[in-house]
Design a protein around this ligand. Structure first.
Ligand code: PMM
Length: 268
């Protein structure tokens, strides 16, 4: 899944694609480099980000989604709002990616049920401006698994069929670096919930913190694609079905390495 943030303020690529024509070009490029899905978002979720209005979010994403879908590209919409999800699917998106797992907008679950599209439900505890204060767990893996289980129950109750649900541990959302590594190293516990798992580690700051132990400087977000590739290979080998990333080409290669590794271990 290639990331297309149509925002002026995302943490690693904000401003790169904040006009529709630049965004469309970047989306086409992501697909040509091997992204199976292009994930279009119009609201930054970086720590301390302020919310934008639904009207502004739609103004940013809808023309881009319509153009990419008309090129035959599979598009997901990264939104916490039911109205934006609905407009995006009408414009050609075929997947809804909600970092709040339906918690930010009480109308989201029934809207997605009505739209009948796959839904990525990420583990989430609160909006970006306050999320760091929620990074408190007894046992992060057990707590995230339990909270995701509760989301699955509520989403199915609202009418989303279980086979359309994809789960995501929500790396960096109300999580410290230690929490993120614990979740990545226990992906099997999230996979045991029985749904496909999406991992979104791309360029996040916990990757930079690893380098601080071996190098003098923490790499800037744009200089973290090799670290993202290492996590991608490990996550794919551990069974993640989808990896959400900024750089599609290096990810495609990392996934190919994971595939070669796992198929050599379990030949058909
Ligand atoms: N991370 C971000 C945005 N959307 N969606 C899912 N499903 N999982 C994530 O981890 C996730 C997401 C924030 O990262 P960005 O600013 O690089 O898009």
């Amino acid at each position: 899944m290639g990331i297309l943030n149509v925002t002026p303020d995302s943490f690693s690529d904000g401003g790169v694609a904040d006009t529709p024509s630049l965004a469309i070009r970047k989306g086409v490029l992501l697909a040509s480099y091997g992204a199976d899905i292009v994930d279009v978002g119009g609201e930054s979720t970086r720590p301390n980000a302020q919310r934008v209005t639904a009207v502004e979010e739609m103004r940013r994403v809808i023309p881009v989604i319509a153009a990419l879908a008309s090129e035959g590209i599979t598009v997901s919409v990264d939104t916490m709002r039911a109205d934006v999800a609905r407009a995006a699917v009408h414009a050609g998106a075929t997947i809804v990616n909600d970092v709040s797992g339906g918690l930010a907008d009480p109308a989201m679950a029934s809207a997605v049920a009505g739209l009948g599209v796959p839904y990525v439900a990420m583990h989430w505890r609160g909006h970006s401006r306050a999320m760091n204060t929620f990074a408190v767990y007894d046992d992060v893996v057990a707590d995230v698994v339990t909270e995701l289980e509760h989301r699955v129950e509520a989403l199915v109750e609202a009418g989303i069929s279980e086979h359309r649900l994809v789960l995501d541990p929500g790396l960096g959302f109300a999580k410290t670096a230690e929490h993120n590594w614990a979740l990545l190293s226990h992906l099997d516990r999230i996979l045991a919930l029985g749904r496909p798992v999406l991992v979104g580690a791309s360029r996040k700051s916990f990757l930079g913190s690893v380098v601080a132990r071996i190098e003098a400087e923490i790499p800037a977000p744009r200089d973290r694609d090799d670290l993202t590739g290492a996590v991608t290979a490990l996550a794919a080998a551990a069974g993640a079905r989808c990896i959400r990333v900024h750089d599609a080409r290096s990810t495609r290669r990392a996934v190919a390495v994971a595939h070669a590794w796992t198929t050599a271990r379990h030949p058909a």
